[in-house]
Ligand binder design. Structure first.
Ligand code: UDP
Ligand code: MG
Length: 315
């Protein structure tokens, strides 16, 4: 029974009882035009509505294509995706929101891109059907993420994505990290494409992400920076700033010394003198901070070399 499938669709579901049967039908219809077998893995992320009953019923009706994972509690979308990925047997693994906002009719377009050689194909909700506040804040978030990570995408946190199996299985997701999947995948050297997709309004159930999203924005930003290459080298970042400050302070000090020795007074350059001292102190502090950061990163960011290898040829 553990044979390979062509496609796995991982669906994280938190209180999505009304949506799931419709979603199953839409996915099944889309799969008719695709060669190869498929499976739908629904991860019930600790729902308090009838989601679990619905999943059991769907499984009764279609053993071959439905798989259900039930969490003991609400652990969040990132954990749900991770659990789904480890159960997935497809060569291509899709993720899709349970709320019918993503349209399964788009599945073949993702497959085309994967077959062109991309490792991860991410959807772009170009014409997003959510509230004004959500749409604008997400534009801002995407802009900042793109700026810091240098990954040129419009929509990082789109729930609709397709992965080559090993890409999805190599992602170590926790907390809110599902929002940065393209950044993580790019850091592991994978090729990423983005395609605009049809996005729909939520009909049943409610959005799970409220205003708390904004409060988390600042911390999210730090996470993105931690994940990007630059911040894996704190000695370069802080050390760079520190060296500039130190050099400025040093030359100010030289100038003041020159004045004192050759004119006998520092000629009311006291503010400059103080600024010079401050720059030297700040410079030394920043450089030390960078070095301490470097030691910290060395222990913290345990790199998994196996994720960097594309292929091994051996006997
Ligand atoms: N979701 C989840 N666990 C959570 C919150 C959300 O599995 O703790 C699922 C949810 O059921 C949906 C997807 O993640 O399938 C996206 O959630 P939502 O539609 O609320 O986000 P939005 O589209 O409003 O950004
Ligand atoms: Mg949604």
């Amino acid at each position: 029974m553990n044979h390979k499938k062509e496609i796995s669709v991982v669906v994280p579901a938190y209180n999505e009882a009304e949506n799931l049967p419709l979603l199953r039908d839409e996915i099944a219809r889309a799969m008719k035009n695709i060669t190869g077998d498929y499976e739908i893995i629904i991860v019930n992320d600790g729902s308090s509505d009838k989601t679990q009953e619905v999943i059991e019923k769907l499984f009764q009706d279609d053993h071959d294509h439905i798989k259900g994972i039930q969490f003991r509690s609400n652990f969040g979308k990132a954990s749900a995706l991770k659990a789904g990925f480890s159960e997935a047997r497809g060569k291509i693994i899709f993720t899709m929101d349970a709320d019918l906002q993503d349209d399964p009719k788009e599945i073949p377009r993702f497959i085309v891109k994967i077959n062109e050689g991309y490792d991860l194909v991410s959807g772009w909700k170009q014409n997003r059907k959510d509230s004004f506040v959500k749409n604008t804040s997400s534009k801002f978030f995407n802009f900042i993420t793109s700026l810091f990570s240098r990954v040129q995408l419009h929509d990082f946190n789109c729930g609709f994505k397709a992965y080559k199996s090993e890409v999805a299985k190599g992602l170590d997701l926790y907390g809110q990290l599902h929002r940065y999947i393209p950044v993580i995948a790019r850091n592991q050297g994978y090729k990423i494409a983005e395609i605009p997709i049809h996005h729909r309004k939520r009909k049943f159930g409610r959005s799970k992400y409220g205003p708390a999203r904004f409060l988390n924005g600042f911390l999210d930003l730090l996470t993105v920076m931690m994940l990007t290459k630059y911040f894996k080298r704190p000695a370069h970042f802080f050390g760079g700033l520190g060296s500039v400050a130190l050099a400025m302070g040093f030359f100010i000090g030289l100038y003041i010394t020159y004045l004192r020795l050759f004119t006998g007074s520092i000629q009311s350059r006291l503010p400059l003198f103080i600024a010079g001292i401050l720059l030297i102190m700040v410079g030394v502090q920043l450089i030390s901070l960078g070095l301490i950061g470097e030691m910290f990163v060395k222990n913290y960011a345990k790199e998994d070399e196996s994720l960097k290898i594309k292929k091994i040829i051996k006997n």
